[in-house]
Design a protein around this ligand. Structure first.
Ligand SMILES: Nc1nc2c(ncn2[C@@H]2O[C@H](COP(=O)(O)OP(=O)(O)OP(=O)(O)O)[C@@H](O)[C@H]2O)c(=O)[nH]1
Ligand SMILES: [Mg+2]
Length: 297
């Protein structure tokens, strides 16, 4: 049996979370077109007859001095040294510049075997593919370099073959039926954050964090009750989240409801969703500590 931890590293919006979800055939990690969607290390577990790969999705690596971005950078950098293999995901549409060079150097220095995935194959030109291959071949002379589409599940089987080749022999770390180890509150808050990000646009998504304040799950009665807060930074932003006549919040609620139900099949769900302003939370150490603490069971 093979068994390995695989850190999934790349710049924002490269398609890391989509890739983990495609591999695990489950929505493990939230995705959106807005860069810097993932904020924590999110584990997605893949098991087949070859063994088990535990993927650790990470926040997109982005160079910035803002406190929250530095926290996210720390999360990503800490994942580099903790894994058996690094899966380096690149957005093939974005020609590598300074930020990609800095990240590639960090990965090369980690002393861990690397597999590179040039992602978004579905929309790449031949020239874009070749430019990326050239960039990677210089820095990772012996690493497998694959073309993938996380969105279309293309090149993913080949990627798994390369990862299993590099994986050490070992016992399974999780049972075969597990696909993530996030706690329920965190999964619910992430679903609501995803629906909020995808309902709103522009900068607002970065000013949001979601907190599940109450969760009651009665397995016998098959009843779930959730109260969650969508927190933003200013009173004025609350109205944008709620929307005209409540249209945004209704959409966020409806879509969150659908996905949360999937976690509790057959149960009756009550979702109490509220919007709150917490001034400058992105500089508030207590809030940041809450957001960045480990979200596993
Ligand atoms: N065309 C195309 N789009 C993709 C592919 N993979 C992901 N995307 C899109 O790229 C955007 C970002 O995807 P995510 O999976 O959230 O990217 P990420 O790397 O996890 O982003 P962060 O969490 O912000 O670092 C979304 O709009 C995806 O639908 C792909 O293979 N092809
Ligand atoms: Mg992500």
């Amino acid at each position: 049996m093979k068994s390995a931890t695989v850190s999934v590293i790349g710049r924002p919006s490269a398609g890391k979370s989509t890739m983990v979800n495609t591999i695990c055939e489950m929505k493990v990690s939230i995705t959106s077109p807005i860069p810097q969607t993932t904020r924590n290390k999110i584990r997605g577990i893949y098991t087949d007859q070859r063994g088990q790969l535990v993927f650790v999705d990470t926040p997109g690596y982005h160079i910035s001095e803002k406190t929250i971005n530095r926290k996210m950078q720390d999360v990503t950098v800490s994942a580099l040294g903790e894994s058996d293999i690094i899966l380096y995901v690149l957005d093939g549409k974005r020609a590598p510049k300074k930020e990609e060079e800095v990240l590639a150097d960090l990965i090369a220095k980690a002393g861990v075997p690397v597999v590179c995935a040039i992602n978004k194959k579905d929309i790449l030109t031949k020239a874009e593919e070749e430019d990326m291959e050239f960039f990677l071949r210089n820095r990772f002379p012996s690493a497998p370099i694959l073309l993938t589409s996380s969105k279309d599940d293309d090149g993913i089987d080949e990627l798994l073959i390369e990862l299993f080749k590099l994986a050490p022999e070992g016992e399974l770390m999780y049972s075969e039926s597990e696909y993530t180890d996030q706690n329920l509150e965190f999964r619910i808050s992430e679903i609501i954050r995803e629906k909020t990000i995808n309902t709103l646009s522009d900068e607002l998504p970065h000013t949001i964090f979601v907190e599940v304040s109450d969760l009651e799950y009665d397995e016998e009665e098959k009843k779930v009750w959730v109260r969650a807060f969508i927190n933003t930074e200013r009173e004025g932003q609350k109205g944008i989240i709620v929307g005209k006549g409540g249209e945004n919040i209704k959409k966020i609620r409806k879509e969150s409801f659908k996905d949360i139900k999937k976690i509790f099949p057959g149960s009756r769900l009550e979702l109490d969703l509220r919007v709150k302003a917490i001034a400058k939370w992105r500089n508030n150490q207590a809030v940041l500590d809450k957001i960045f603490r480990e979200m596993n069971k």
